[in-house]
Design a protein around this ligand. Structure first.
Ligand SMILES: Nc1ncnc2c1ncn2[C@@H]1O[C@H](COP(=O)(O)OP(=O)(O)OP(=O)(O)O)[C@@H](O)[C@H]1O
Ligand SMILES: [Mg+2]
Length: 344
């Protein structure tokens, strides 16, 4: 098997707090192949952003630690890199569109100056070369009148254009991996659709792999090949998008799917879905993990006694789809039992 571009193995990212250790990311593992798009969904607070920030080691707060795991990028563990090596990787071979990225544009500098700075930092280009590449980057994100836009300040652009500039900054150095953390949240529906289409085109044209963090199952259905569903710091289900959307296994994923009634319209090709997730009863827990057992138990329609006490097992169903759930394990054991019986 070929080596994936990114392999995250048993990642643990913890925050020290007055309440105890918050295990914001608690044993997360996934792969992204070269040129692949992995969707990461889950409620607010489930650990999506912390996962993305951990990959680039950008947690930034003093109470944060990456307590375990490996982050293999092209086979090399990013957790063993020096800070200087990480600075070269960030915005170079891995870049990130941050949640609320539009606020990350510097209001005092022209769009062109910001692009030139990124390009010179990472690629050591002359001013002239960097200016040419800055223009290429704006062309890449299909900004109208890119020559004039190089001279604009961010506030002179529309919301959609600003987000295109954010994407241009992330793509300027032609990264192999783009971590896109809710890149469309602050935008209206039409512009959201355009940005999603832009990311898809970039994935197809340049082969940029994408970790697509989103609340929107419609976006997952539209652009991702595989999906990881996060709950309270863990991936509770992952697999091919077609499988997970057609036959979700984890009760949490089933809840998410039930709250997206228009997905069928999406599958039928009737345009993009704007439905937001999460009308599941109850609210997501703070991932303190004071006891064993399934974190979803308090909200789960299928909860049984063991769910409160024992960590659920990982159950495979079909090609590569896995869910972490006692109920599915039970069903599988019953089915296997029947199969053995019939075979006997
Ligand atoms: N600096 C911090 N100190 C303490 N806890 C934190 C810190 N940053 C994040 N957390 C906690 O880590 C958990 C995961 O947060 P994260 O931002 O990754 O969620 P998310 O899935 O990205 O949510 P959203 O959809 O709202 O963006 C949350 O419980 C959050 O409260
Ligand atoms: Mg987030």
């Amino acid at each position: 098997m070929t080596e994936p571009l990114l392999r995250v193995e048993n990642l643990q990212t913890h925050f020290a707090s007055e309440l105890g250790t918050i295990k914001a990311v608690d044993g997360v593992s996934f792969d992204i192949p070269r040129g692949g798009i992995l969707g990461m969904v889950g409620e607010s607070g489930s650990g999506k952003s912390v996962t993305g920030l951990s990959i680039l080691r950008l947690l930034g707060s003093r109470n944060a630690t990456i307590a375990g795991g490996r982050i293999l990028f092209r086979g090399e563990d990013l957790l063993t890199k020096s800070e200087a090596e990480m600075r070269a990787i960030r915005g170079g071979s891995i870049s990130m569109v941050f949640q609320n990225a539009m606020t990350s544009l510097d209001p005092f500098f022209r769009v062109g100056e910001q692009l030139v700075e990124v390009l010179r930092l990472h690629q050591g280009l002359s001013k002239k070369e960097a200016r040419e590449k800055a223009l290429n980057a704006l062309e890449l994100v299909r900004i109208p009148d890119p020559v004039a836009k190089l001279k604009s300040h961010p506030h002179q652009l529309s919301g959609g254009q600003r987000q295109r500039v954010v994407v241009a900054l992330a793509l300027a150095c032609e990264p192999d991996l783009l971590i896109a953390d809710e890149p469309t949240t602050a935008l209206d529906a039409t512009v959201q659709k355009q940005i999603i289409e832009l990311l898809q085109e970039i994935n197809q044209e340049l082969g940029t792999a994408i970790l697509m963090v989103t609340h929107d199952m419609g976006v997952v259905a539209h652009m991702c090949r595989t999906v990881a569903v996060m709950y309270a710091g863990r991936i509770v289900e992952h697999g091919d998008v077609a499988d997970v959307l057609r036959t979700p296994q984890h009760p949490y994923t089933r809840g998410l799917m039930a709250s997206v009634p228009r997905l069928r319209t999406e599958a039928a090709g009737e345009g993009h879905v704007r439905q937001r997730l999460y009308q599941i009863g109850g609210s997501a827990p703070l991932p303190l993990r004071l006891t064993d057992g399934c974190a979803f138990a308090p909200r789960c329609p299928e909860v049984g006694p063991e769910c409160w006490e024992v960590d659920p097992p990982t159950v495979a169903s079909g090609a590569g789809q896995e869910a972490v759930c006692h109920r599915r394990a039970e069903e599988k054991a019953e089915l296997t039992g029947v199969a053995q019986h019939v075979g006997a």
